[in-house]
Design a protein around this ligand. Structure first.
Ligand SMILES: *Cc1c(COP(=O)(O)O)cnc(C)c1O
Length: 381
């Protein structure tokens, strides 16, 4: 019998409570009932982004929709932007900027490494006129976490806007919108929020508003100005994904109940245990010291076809990991531990990894990874 365990970098596992909320009978969106739910979701999202003064918009799209909305709302024709690229998602910022005709300067970071904040400073210093800096908190394609807290003051020092893709980081790593002076931060529903795909969220502060008012790139469906006006009336410019918004209310209630600090701590613990478990099996981490708590990226051992292992585990047992994309294809295994995951889920993940490696002929001492993860999770190690 197969049982699905998504240790994937999104979509992630969804609690039954959330699915049940999504299955409730439809309500019309121009009603006091929906407005109340939408208002509560929008308020609770501020807690997720750790902001008191920012506003959070709910977008009816996957995460990339929010990325496009950011580009369309914060830039004007002829302006320059800086993009930090350390994997597929940084690349996406650059593609979007180029698509909108923005002069795009990039900092290309080696896969598996995080950007050195002083490299950003060097570019800002020698290139006048950069209006916006686009970064990624957790680069999901490589398993790297960037030091957004250290980058933000540098960007501010040069008067640029700080826009961060926190799509896989929110609800996993601390992101302090106000304290770190982030101007725009975005996330998607299917990562740390324990939700199905389909919603994205953009948190915007007052510095960004001044820019958004003056921006002049074409925008219609993704116009933050329309969303802001309607949010004041507890509604959305167009028909919202009603069921997903209702489910999001439940997901946020669960996150609030656990407490965001505890949510961060849980992820740190599970990530640590997973990394140590992999090392106990003689495996090497792809992102080393830059490893995020979102997922553990493991280097493919020499001579082992990791994509075959991933496919076999998925098809035969339902335990799903992912491999690398593009130039990382066949080179890494990514084990997600974000969202609705607990100690025992990670024991399943490591046991599955052992099985997959064993069957592929990798010399694994069965139980060694498990013993390490278990020891860490019970506090023995
Ligand atoms: C998942 C993800 C995205 C984009 O997501 P879609 O929801 O597939 O559009 C962008 N950035 C990061 C860091 C992600 O993890």
């Amino acid at each position: 019998m197969k049982k699905n365990y998504l240790f994937t970098p999104g979509p992630t596992m969804v609690p039954a409570e959330v699915s049940l909320a999504e299955a409730l009978p439809m309500i019309h969106h121009r009603t006091p009932q929906f407005s109340q739910i939408f208002y509560e979701v929008s308020e609770d999202l501020k807690y997720l982004f750790q902001t008191k003064t920012g506003e959070v918009f709910t977008l009816m799209s996957s995460g990339t929709g929010a990325m496009e909305a950011c580009v369309a709302n914060v830039l004007a024709r002829g302006q320059k932007a800086l993009v930090v690229i350390s994997g597929k998602f940084g690349e996406r910022w650059a593609e979007l900027c180029t698509c909108f005709g923005i002069e795009t300067i990039t900092i290309d970071v080696e896969n598996g490494k995080a950007v050195n904040p002083s490299d950003i400073e060097a570019v800002l210093k020698k290139t006048p006129g950069i209006k916006v800096v686009f970064t990624t908190q957790s680069e999901t394609s490589t398993g790297v976490v960037h030091d957004i807290k250290a980058i933000s003051p540098i960007v501010k020092k040069y008067g640029a806007l700080m826009v961060v893709d926190c799509i896989s980081a929110i609800g996993v790593h601390p992101l302090m919108m106000d304290e770190w002076a982030i101007d725009v931060a975005i996330t998607g529903s299917q990562k740390g929020c324990m939700m199905p795909p389909g919603l994205a969220f953009a948190c915007v502060n007052s510095t960004a508003w001044d820019v958004i008012e003056k921006a002049d790139l074409p925008r219609y469906y993704w116009d933050f100005r329309k969303m802001r006006k309607d949010l004041k009336d507890k509604t959305t410019p167009f028909t919202p994904a009603v069921s997903l918004v209702m489910a999001m209310k439940t997901a946020l209630d669960m996150l609030k109940k656990e407490g965001i600090e505890n949510v961060w701590k849980r992820h740190a613990r599970l990530a640590h245990a997973t990394r140590e478990g992999a090392k106990a099996l003689g495996l090497e981490l792809f992102a080393g010291e830059y490893s995020s708590n979102v997922l553990t990226a493991i280097k493919a051992p020499k001579g082992i076809d990791v994509d075959k292992i991933i496919k076999k585990l998925r098809d035969e047992t339902g335990v799903t990991f992912t491999g690398g994309q593009d130039e990382l294809k066949g080179k890494i295994i990514r084990i997600g531990h974000m969202g609705y995951v607990n100690d025992f889920d990670m024991l399943i993940a490591i046991a599955a990894l052992e099985k997959g490696l064993y069957e592929a002929g990798y010399p694994v001492q069965l139980g060694e990874g498990l013993a390490t993860v278990q020891s860490i999770l019970v506090g023995k190690k």
